[in-house]
Design a protein around this ligand. Structure first.
Ligand code: BG6
Length: 489
């Protein structure tokens, strides 16, 4: 279904996110006839430039985007004619006056404000929008899309929610987490609740432990300034990984609508008790990568990256053992890990089932137990590992797997996460966005970890070689319980 007519206003229009993600996603939506004919984009940025220059800049991003498989000049020109630029400072009331005047020229009164700006700009933009009445929905809708990071701890997230609530109603607010737009992530609920087979064993009676991994082989690129302040916990765990955890662990929602789904996720997060500082010491590992050689090329360590202070204590890797204290999951560890500059890019959820009560077959003990692996990216798919009899006279059991692979099962590549979520926002569907209580519940779990870490600022951090599987301390986290990470090598 098509999106409603709308003017999309992007704050931070000359930034990386707009160029690399938002515009390619919108262009692909336009190519697939998903946008209304009355759809317009206004980019706001501080730099002085005319529409033609702005469009040219965006064109470069689109032409380089892997999302656009065949770039057609005519299609781009048609799309670009809907884009205009407004140069202005976010702090200045004049900018909003000009914006209001510009918006009044369009026939549609529907507006979507996308904040692709530094988080510190969010409060003032919201306030200034309200000063000129742009949050009002007299003749059409007014919606706000807020990017992560949503605050940097529980207190700041609460404050931000409070500020937003003074101006917008919750149903107008789209807190975006791009992981929720990924096809494989959306499939988690379909896999679990669309099949009777799996859900009956999806609980503490059958599951031994769950691993959620988001490993990246790349470093921080040009984002060291941001990452230095955030670190792996805030950048990846406080949002993306906790979303994956919630989708894996939540109970069935009453319906597949925004409130029902967000209610069930919030229950999961609320069931995770915030850690004490002793628990932080025994159930979390943070580390930094050090220089190494990958495929013959030397790769710098975190401290040698441009713009990183030599005494930086920012973690580029984190592993956690989280516990969900509810009837379904009590006693089952949920291990989360993520890091930059690891051996390979892989995001997956691995659900490990208990061993059979008795083992008859030689070598059965050395088999991995049954594991369901939801491969989020790359090589998207789902596999189930189990033991089979080795052919011939052997009585040995060997590990084999059943495999579902998106590329072979479906001809068409899925749309990008941003395309999916932008379309949802244009259609008014909040199901894949985080509700105000959700972000607070996420920070309630994360903030005690940050606080306990900050309190041990004299202790040196574990390290791992760039291109490796992570610090050996992370193995210890699982060995303690007789478990082991899956290899990411
Ligand atoms: C972003 C983080 O939210 O997600 C980045 O800020 C990270 O540091 C990125 O690289 C990972 O997203 P994806 O879609 O490539 O897994």
């Amino acid at each position: 279904p098509r999106a409603e007519p709308c003017v999309l206003v992007i704050f931070g229009a000359t930034g990386d996110l707009t160029q690399r993600k938002l515009i390619p996603a919108l262009f692909s939506l336009a190519n697939n006839q998903c946008l209304a004919s009355d759809f317009q984009i206004i980019g706001i940025g501080r730099r002085e430039m005319d529409d033609a220059r702005f469009r040219e800049q965006l064109r470069e991003g689109v032409a380089q985007s892997s999302e656009i498989r065949a770039f057609k000049e005519a299609a781009w020109n048609d799309f670009a004619s809907r884009i205009s630029y407004l140069s202005g400072n976010f702090l200045e009331p004049d900018t909003y006056q000009s914006l209001a005047e510009r918006l009044a020229e369009f026939s549609t009164a529907n507006r979507l404000f996308y904040l692709a700006t530094a988080p510190s700009a969010t409060p003032v933009i919201i306030q200034r929008l309200a000063d000129v009445g742009l949050e009002r929905e007299d003749r059409g809708f007014s919606r706000l899309v807020v990017e992560k990071p949503f605050g940097h701890d529980l207190e700041s997230a609460r404050e931000l929610n409070r500020l937003i609530a003074e101006v917008f109603e919750e149903r107008q607010v789209y807190r975006i987490d791009h992981y929720l737009g990924k096809e494989t992530v959306q499939n988690v609920l379909f896999f679990r609740f669309g099949n009777a087979l799996f859900e009956s064993v999806w609980n503490r009676n059958h599951v031994e432990y769950v691993e959620i991994t988001a490993a990246e082989s790349l470093g921080v690129g040009s984002r060291a300034g941001y990452y230095q302040e955030s670190g792996a916990l805030r950048d990846m765990v406080a949002n993306h990984l906790l979303q994956l955890l919630a989708l894996t662990a939540m109970d069935a929602p009453v319906e597949l609508d925004a409130d029902s789904v967000n209610d069930k996720k919030a229950e999961v997060w609320r069931s995770i008790r915030p850690m004490t500082s002793d628990e932080v010491a025994s159930r979390t590992v943070r580390a930094q990568y050090v220089a190494s050689t990958i495929d013959g090329a030397s790769v710098p360590g975190w401290h040698e990256e441009p713009n990183v202070p030599s005494d930086s204590r920012t973690e580029t890797y984190v592993a956690l053992d989280l516990r969900i204290d509810n009837w379904r999951w009590a006693g089952v560890p949920f291990y989360l890990r993520t890091g930059k500059r690891l051996a390979r890019q892989v995001t997956e959820i691995a659900v490990h089932f208990r061993q059979p009560p008795l083992s008859f077959f030689p070598c059965q003990d050395c088999l991995q137990s049954n594991v369901i692996i939801l491969r989020i990216q790359p090589d998207e798919g789902i596999s189930l590992t189990f033991g089979a009899k080795e052919p011939g006279t052997s009585r040995r059991a060997v590990p084999v797997s059943m495999d579902f692979c998106y590329h072979s099962a479906f001809a068409e590549a899925p749309p990008s996460a941003y395309a999916v979520l932008l379309l949802d926002a244009l259609r008014g569907d909040l199901t894949q966005f985080t509700r105000c209580d959700g972000v607070e519940a996420q920070w309630r779990i994360m903030t005690p970890i940050e606080t306990a870490w900050a309190a041990c600022d004299g202790v040196s951090l574990p390290t791992y070689a760039a291109g490796s599987e992570g610090p050996h301390e992370a193995d210890g986290l699982l060995e303690w319980n007789g478990h082991a990470w899956r290899s990411i090598g």
